[in-house]
Design a protein around this ligand. Structure first.
Ligand code: URA
Length: 433
């Protein structure tokens, strides 16, 4: 078999066989296929696509290039959740303790920030002492004991995805539906849970901007999951504006804690509850959606979900006093409010530009090894559709460096608009199961 023949076949729009897909992944990982040939194939896939069967084979093969985690020692139905990447997306920090409080064990593996999108692992590292690099044995023991763990991806979890993702990042082939689907689903298959709920983000701050494309991706991932024996549902949610009122690592953890205390922003809560409802429905434990919703809300009201978060922090070596004293989080030296010059309604709060602005403050990475500033970010006081009076604060910047703050403010100028008419918005766009 020759890689060039596989490239030509895909370039001509033909379907690749299992043998061809397995060959190209094996040989690429063994460095026998060079990056330039893999890049050509990725671009051919970008333009020609792959059908469900090809994408499933690719997913399965990629998952098997590393360790498939065995969670069978943990009793109960194991639930996993994944987001395709967004801005201000602290959903996992609320979802995981909530679903664990409901009674499902969760051994969640999360990522770091990618491009303009944030990562749960970076956020958790703003809790002093919190360890994100547990061994698999530690994860299993912890989940058996307290029902929850959140850790970074282990080194040998889907090595094929690590290598191919890095190449996609620099060859303009990230936003291909079969490549995104196989990248995400291979990690979910390798993660070893029984049930997967996916949060596909669509809009200005997401990797996918059109609802059509989001639906295609969601349907494909559901098909792959089913073919590979997983129970799976997808919630498609809007990412035109950031989720919640904060963007930036420690600010987002504080907002997640507020949500677990029952005071969080309504959009974050709505998304978490919708994902939770889908997870419980898939488990078959309860069929009445309204009852599930009420039960989940009660677990927030009665403090059970917050207690799980505390257990998680303590078990992973963090200082749980942060829950009652937010001053223990890394603190930014400068706070700067931006005031409205006119009266009206917020008609634009662009998630991508806000992410760029927060990155300019130092909250993200331009290169893999960049050190991020966990204390900086933005607090949004007015969201899409909100009424704003003249001289009311729209956002507050949290910064450590005045020149970075000036750049961030400059970017932010184009991120929002105030208009005469109130616009409608919808967070949950579709559920695919
Ligand atoms: N998240 C992933 O893990 N992979 C992609 O390709 C896109 C988002």
């Amino acid at each position: 078999m020759r890689m060039v023949d596989i490239i030509i076949k895909k370039r001509n729009g033909e379907k690749l066989s299992r043998e061809e897909i397995e060959f190209l992944i094996d040989k690429y990982l063994e460095n026998e296929i060079p990056d330039y040939q893999m890049s050509a194939l990725l671009m051919a896939i970008y333009f020609r696509g792959m059908d469900d069967e090809e994408t499933t084979i690719l997913t399965e093969k990629m998952a098997n290039t590393g360790k498939i985690i065995d969670l069978s020692e943990i009793e109960g139905i194991k639930i996993d959740k994944h987001s395709t990447g967004g801005v201000g997306d602290k959903t996992t920090l609320v979802f995981a303790p909530l679903i664990s409080a409901y009674g499902f064990p969760i051994a969640k593996m999360s990522g770091r920030s990618l491009g303009h999108t944030g990562g749960t692992i970076d956020k958790l590292e703003s809790i002093p002492g919190f360890r994100t690099n547990l061994t698999l044995e530690e994860v299993i023991n912890q989940v058996k004991k307290i029902g929850i763990s959140i850790v970074g991806q282990t080194e040998n979890l889907v090595p094929a995805d690590k290598k191919i993702y890095a190449l996609r990042d620099v060859t303009g082939t990230v936003d291909s539906i079969p490549l995104i689907a196989s990248s995400i689903m291979s990690k979910k298959i390798a993660g070893g849970s029984d049930i997967i709920v996916l949060d596909v983000k669509v809009g200005k701050g997401a990797f996918i901007e059109s609802i059509d494309k989001a639906e295609k991706l969601a349907t494909l991932m559901v098909n792959i999951g089913r073919r590979l024996g997983k129970k799976i549902s997808v919630v498609i949610s809007n990412m035109d504006e950031p989720l919640g009122n904060t963007v930036g690592n420690s600010l987002e953890v504080i907002e997640a804690i507020e949500t677990l205390k029952g005071y969080g922003p309504s959009d974050l809560k709505e998304l978490v509850i919708n994902l939770g409802v889908q997870a419980v429905l898939l488990s078959g434990k309860e069929k009445d959606e309204e009852k599930i919703r009420r039960d989940l809300e009660n677990l927030i009201k009665n403090g059970s979900a917050l207690k799980k978060f505390r257990d998680l922090i303590v078990a992973q070596g963090g200082n749980d006093e942060v829950i009652d004293n937010y001053k223990l989080f890394p603190q930014a030296k400068i706070q700067k409010e931006i005031f409205s010059r006119e009266e009206g309604y917020i008609t634009k709060m662009d998630a991508y530009l806000i992410a760029k602005s927060v990155m300019a403050l130092g909250a993200g990475r331009d290169k893999k090894d960049d050190v991020i500033d966990l204390s900086v970010g933005i607090k949004i006081h007015k969201k899409l559709g909100d009424k704003v009076e003249k001289n009311e604060p729209i956002v507050t910047f949290f910064a450590n460096d005045s020149s970075k703050l000036s750049i961030a403010q400059e970017i932010f100028k184009n991120a929002y608009k105030i208009g005469k008419d109130r616009i409608d918005k919808r967070l949950i766009l579709k559920i695919i199961k």
